[in-house]
Design a protein around this ligand. Structure first.
Ligand SMILES: Nc1ncnc2c1ncn2[C@@H]1O[C@H](COP(=O)(O)OP(=O)(O)OP(=O)(O)O)[C@@H](O)[C@H]1O
Length: 214
């Protein structure tokens, strides 16, 4: 079966704020999609709903036709989520962080792939350094190294280019494109321009909340 992520008439509330409503989307293999909109419109909130970390006020999210809230384990196996923050443990070394991730996630196994991932994100030579002693960009790169380890088809990435230098951004975009070309799905937010011919955009401002019966 081809992997599909279906968003069905989602309405999103954060605190007392109704952010957007009536959002329906389908993501399929090969899709590279950027969620767009001004600060505070609800991009991160939408990504958290897509991952199952937050619930919509109304509507459903389905992965391969199954509601994600009812098939959490299967869904988590197929999902790689990188949140706004780096998602790393500051007291562990670079190597320990990635090795831990490798053990608990749907990943390529072995030390060789871990060395390769470190190489890809420019952290070779930093493997024994405690994460908290690295720069913001280097810490972000520890999280991004997961993209070279993961075998999950669905990647949901909140601001993956934040704190990453120009060369790093280009390399990352190429890697995201490759994942989509190989049948994966990538959904991102970004305040930077993403230079990719493959990129599709979803504008959250097209789904305002008007009233009760969305
Ligand atoms: N913990 C919270 N409790 C209540 N409201 C919140 C909380 N976090 C965020 N919000 C509100 O939800 C709205 C959407 O936040 P969200 O982080 O999803 O926006 P965003 O589009 O990702 O913003 P940005 O571009 O600044 O990252 C904001 O207006 C914010 O005020």
């Amino acid at each position: 079966m081809r992997n599909t992520l279906d968003v069905e008439k989602i309405t999103c509330q954060r605190g007392d704020n109704l952010l957007f409503a009536g959002l329906s989307l389908r993501f399929q293999p090969g899709d590279f999609v950027q969620i767009e909109g001004r600060n505070g419109i609800g991009k991160t909130s939408l990504l958290r709903i897509l991952t199952g970390l937050a619930q919509p006020l109304r509507g459903k999210v389905r992965w391969n036709l199954n509601e994600i809230s009812q098939y959490r384990e299967d869904y988590q196996y197929d999902l790689l989520y990188l949140g706004h923050l780096s998602g790393i443990k500051p007291e562990l070394t670079v190597w320990e962080n990635l090795s831990f991730y490798q053990q608990v996630s749907h990943c390529l196994q072995g030390n060789d792939v871990l060395w390769q991932a470190l190489d890809k994100v420019g952290l070779l030579g930093y493997e024994d350094i405690v994460a908290s002693q690295l720069s913001a960009g280097q810490q972000k790169r520890i999280g991004l190294a997961r993209l070279w380890l993961s075998q999950a088809p669905l990647w949901i990435l909140d601001e993956p280019f934040n704190a990453i230098d120009k060369n790093g951004v280009e390399m990352l975009i190429a890697h995201l494109e490759q994942h989509c070309q190989q049948g994966g799905i990538v959904i991102i937010t970004s305040h930077q321009d993403v230079l990719s011919q493959m990129l599709q955009k979803v504008r959250l401002d097209l789904y305002p909340f008007y009233g009760e019966d969305e």
